[in-house]
Write a protein that binds this ligand. Structure first.
Ligand code: PMP
Length: 427
């Protein structure tokens, strides 16, 4: 039994001792004291189905025993050695990670977060090309340090600090974008940005294959091949941000970029790859990696043995438990059920995404696509009361983000959709 502080006590301490910028999604947030695979438990032992945490922290399931074991073993053995000594944990994971990537993408730099990974990717593109301009997509989230905040393109996440040399292209958003699902038309905008907004030479292009924070927006088909072409003609490198869409989540592919049939020059990843342990990575080609030998470069905790042991265990679990296939099968079942729900509830404007990265956009008017901001908060709160947690996102905050741990089952999908159905019928 739990004997720690109550939710109210924690909230009071958060207000007093933590950053006032910290937010949570619920009017009455739950106090989670334990996690087991796709479930979370509050201080009273009440179980919640976790439909969101898969993206942020966990990919194989909360406290997956194999990952816990790897972390505990490594913690007992040696916790830090990246800079001074040799240790096999970092090379083992780097080798395993490289084997999951196509082409010549095989040199790995470890970081502690997605922001750090993207900062490093942007810097390497600039160094390699000797150009400065970066193109990223409107509605993207890439991080919150100076460079990545520049690449992030939603006013909600941008502060008034210098964010130089980033151009934001039209978002190839099939639901809200001006060209619908015509990827090539949006790609033309990148060509125009290069022509009219730069010297004609760029450092690179950065994008997610499915925007996460942006509200699970899957880029219009054929977009990336055209854009990668234009960027490379302008001397730039193509960077794939796989912080959310990577690591088997789309079900059909291990990496999000593969759904568009492209091969990037730099791939970044973080979040679920350590199953809750702070771990990020940048993978690139030996040629691009060379740029960091021009000066000294290191990251104190990046790639420390505990984190990389966790990362390796995660890869093994994904393979052994066939989690990519599970994401495909359960994800398409869940998407079908959500589409049926859309036929029933007028408030659902769009159901989208792939595998276990799905979005449900709520609107008060399907023609005008008016964001159902207040309604989504009520549905979310009701679902929580029924024991189902889902995420929320999108520029207007009106999109449910369903990104559970990859061990999510069909019964979980049924429970989630039934709870959503009931909650929607109540508002
Ligand atoms: N890229 C994407 C696609 C993300 O969703 C995020 C985090 N939401 C980041 C980068 C930044 O990751 P971190 O919060 O670990 O810095």
């Amino acid at each position: 039994p739990y004997s720690g502080p109550t939710a109210a006590e924690i909230l009071a301490k958060r207000r007093e001792f933590l950053s006032p910028s910290m937010f949570h999604f619920y009017g009455k947030p739950v106090n989670i004291v334990h996690g087991k695979m796709q479930y979370l438990f509050d201080e009273k032992g009440r179980r919640y189905l976790d439909g969101f945490g898969g993206i942020a922290t966990v990919c194989c399931g909360h406290c997956h025993p194999d990952v816990v074991k790897a972390i505990v073993n490594q913690t007992n053995n040696l916790q830090h050695s990246t800079i001074l000594y040799l240790n096999h944990a970092i090379t083992d994971f780097a080798e395993a990670l490289a084997s999951k990537l196509p082409g010549d993408l095989k040199v790995v730099f470890f970081t502690n977060s997605g922001t750090e990974a993207n900062e490093l990717a942007i810097m390497m593109a600039r160094l390699y090309t000797a150009n400065h301009d970066i193109v990223s997509l409107r509605n993207a989230y890439h991080g919150n340090a100076a460079g990545t905040m520049g690449a992030t393109a939603q006013s909600n996440w941008k502060f008034n600090i210098v964010q130089s040399g980033v151009h934001h292209a039209l978002n190839p958003d099939p639901y809200r974008g001006v060209f619908g699902s015509d990827g090539e038309k949006y790609a033309k905008d990148v060509e125009d940005l290069i022509k009219f907004g730069t010297s004609g030479h760029v450092a690179g292009f950065m994008s997610e294959a499915i925007q996460g924070v942006g509200g699970i927006v899957e880029l219009a088909p054929n977009y990336l091949p055209s854009v990668y072409d234009s960027i490379r003609k302008a001397g730039g490198l193509c960077i794939a941000d796989e912080v959310q869409s990577g690591f088997a989540r789309t079900g059909t592919h291990f990496w999000g970029f593969e759904t568009q049939g492209v091969v990037p020059d730099i791939v970044t990843m973080a979040k679920g790859i350590g199953n809750g342990i702070p771990l990020g990575a940048v993978v690139t080609t030996p040629k691009v990696a060379e740029v960091l030998t021009r000066r000294s470069y290191f990251n104190t905790f990046g790639g420390n043995p505990v984190c990389t042991a966790a990362g390796l265990a995660v890869l093994r679990v994904i393979e052994r438990e066939n989690l990519q296939e599970n994401a495909r099968v359960v994800g398409s079942y869940l998407k079908d059920r959500l589409n049926t729900l859309k036929d029933k509830h007028e408030i659902i404007g769009d159901v989208r995404g792939r595998g276990l990265m799905l979005g449900i956009e709520l609107v008060t008017d399907r023609t005008l696509k008016t964001p159902a901001k207040n309604e989504i908060a009520r549905v979310m709160e009701l679902m929580k009361d029924m024991g189902v947690l889902v995420g929320k996102g999108g520029f207007y905050g009106n999109v449910f983000r369903v990104t559970p741990p990859l061990c999510f089952g069909k019964e979980d999908a049924d429970f989630m959709v039934d709870a959503m159905d009931y909650a929607m019928s109540k508002i």
